[in-house]
Write a protein that binds this ligand. Structure first.
Ligand code: AMP
Length: 427
């Protein structure tokens, strides 16, 4: 039997409303914060991620879905959303627009990772990016936006963890300290960390292997090596969050998995000690646009993992505000009345009602009624020969079981008065 590829899943119609709930809530909040949608391609040139995300990161080393297209170009499925947005910012000269340019995105990302609960090969991210502002106030805004989203959907006990990973300047001296610290423990490090030690020692701080984590706990912390500008930036952010009464924890080990981060790095963590407990994270990337040949442009963003958010909602038994079936099912008492049924179905749909009917051949009225009931329709229209002669139909309220004859002429107006909507008159 053919199955969805390992690490991917179907979003079934019965679950689609949950996804819409998250998407709609996110869009609503982005709108109120002044972020506009950007949609970038799912495929990009492989080089975009190599240069931006960093050659020695897990994402680039082991997790990219890359292939040669028929023209011999190396193409990758996007593993994340920031690099494509930075590319689009340069390509469309958005640096000429009033700054900062505030954008949000939503879509699937791809990483060839070992699948497990909360870790997929295709997963969805909701994210925002603000390019063109260096002020720590925009770091606070991005964090507030994500926090507002979590609160709005009912996740009010996430822990916001914060760190500063400094800038290339302060990282230079910190890097040396880190290398000499880890060199003392080289033999005890995992093979990945041994290999990365010279290439990218910062990565060793968030290695998930227990023995490396244990060693990393004693490593020098970047907080003690920040330059004046990075320290002031971080202090100012903490000050803004304090003023906004946003609780946070400082985590000196938090470096995030992607190389482009500078200064602020943050994550929203589920309190439980599950392994995949980061529901979203982000940070500042002040050198990324320049790396791609654009003008020096600071930036900050956050990406939230939809599957993990849904899992967190489920584990807390939080009922999303799902829309009820607010539709009308049209049943026919006799097959000869079918033409009237189609006319009515399409006319009501044109008025904006949600209308469905039976497609399983000439079934008895009883069977059609059963289907309407199972699908949760609150109203049923029955087209019967006697009523039709009078220009009427029977309208049944499925909850109360009461029914009445209504003229076809006035049906849509009557329905909208019942259902609280007001489509145009005459049906
Ligand atoms: P990142 O792009 O690595 O900063 O991740 C941001 C968020 O995306 C994480 O906090 C997770 O919620 C989610 N995420 C990252 N990788 C995966 C994955 N493989 N499967 C599901 N969610 C993921």
């Amino acid at each position: 039997m053919l199955k969805a590829p390992r690490g991917t899943m179907d979003i079934l119609p019965k679950n689609a409303a949950r996804w819409h709930f998250l998407e709609d809530t996110f869009k609503k909040i982005c709108y109120s914060y002044g972020y506009q949608e950007i949609r970038t391609p799912i495929i990009e040139q492989t080089e975009l991620f190599q240069r931006g995300v960093g050659e020695s990161t897990d994402v680039i080393e082991k997790e990219m879905y890359s292939f040669q297209d028929r023209g011999g170009r190396s193409i990758s499925l996007r593993p994340e959303g920031t690099a494509p947005v930075a590319r689009a910012y340069i390509e469309h000269k958005m640096y000429n627009l009033p700054q900062p340019v505030k954008m949000y995105y939503y879509g699937p990302m791809f990483r060839y990772d070992r699948p497990q609960a909360g870790r997929y090969r295709q997963f969805y991210q909701l994210g925002v990016e603000a390019l063109g502002a260096a002020d720590p106030a925009i770091d606070a805004e991005v964090i507030m936006l994500a926090r507002e989203f979590f609160l709005e959907i009912g996740l009010d006990d996430l822990v916001l963890q914060l760190n500063s990973v400094g800038c290339p300047e302060c990282r230079l001296s910190y890097r040396e300290k880190l290398v000499s610290f880890f060199q003392q423990h080289e033999q005890s490090l995992c093979s990945d960390c041994q290999r990365r030690l010279m290439q990218n020692p910062l990565r060793l701080l968030d290695c998930k292997k227990e023995k490396c984590g244990f060693i990393a706990q004693k490593a020098p912390v970047i907080k003690d090596h920040l330059c004046l500008s990075c320290r002031e930036h971080f202090d100012s952010l903490l000050h803004s969050l304090d003023a906004l009464k946003v609780p946070y924890e400082l985590n000196t080990q938090l470096v995030r998995g992607l190389d482009y981060y500078t200064k602020t790095a943050f994550e929203f963590i589920e309190g439980s000690h599950k392994s995949q407990n980061s529901l979203g994270g982000g940070g500042r990337y002040d050198c990324l646009v320049e790396t791609y040949g654009g003008p020096a442009t600071p930036g900050i963003g956050v990406a939230l993992g939809v599957e993990r958010i849904l899992m967190a909602l489920e584990s807390k038994n939080i009922e999303e505000k799902l829309p009820e079936n607010a539709g009308i099912f049209v049943a026919v008492a006799e097959h000869s009345l079918s033409n009237i049924r189609w006319e009515l179905v399409y006319a009501l749909r044109r008025k904006g009602f949600y209308v469905d009917t039976d497609f399983l051949g000439h079934r008895s009225l009883r069977s059609q009624l059963k289907t309407a009931n199972k699908k949760g329709f609150p109203y049923l229209i029955i087209i019967g020969p006697d009523e039709v002669k009078r220009g009427n139909i029977t309208l049944r309220n499925m909850k109360s079981g009461s029914q009445e004859e209504v003229s076809m002429e006035k049906l849509s107006v009557y329905l909208s008065s019942l259902m609280g909507e007001r489509p145009e008159e005459g049906c």
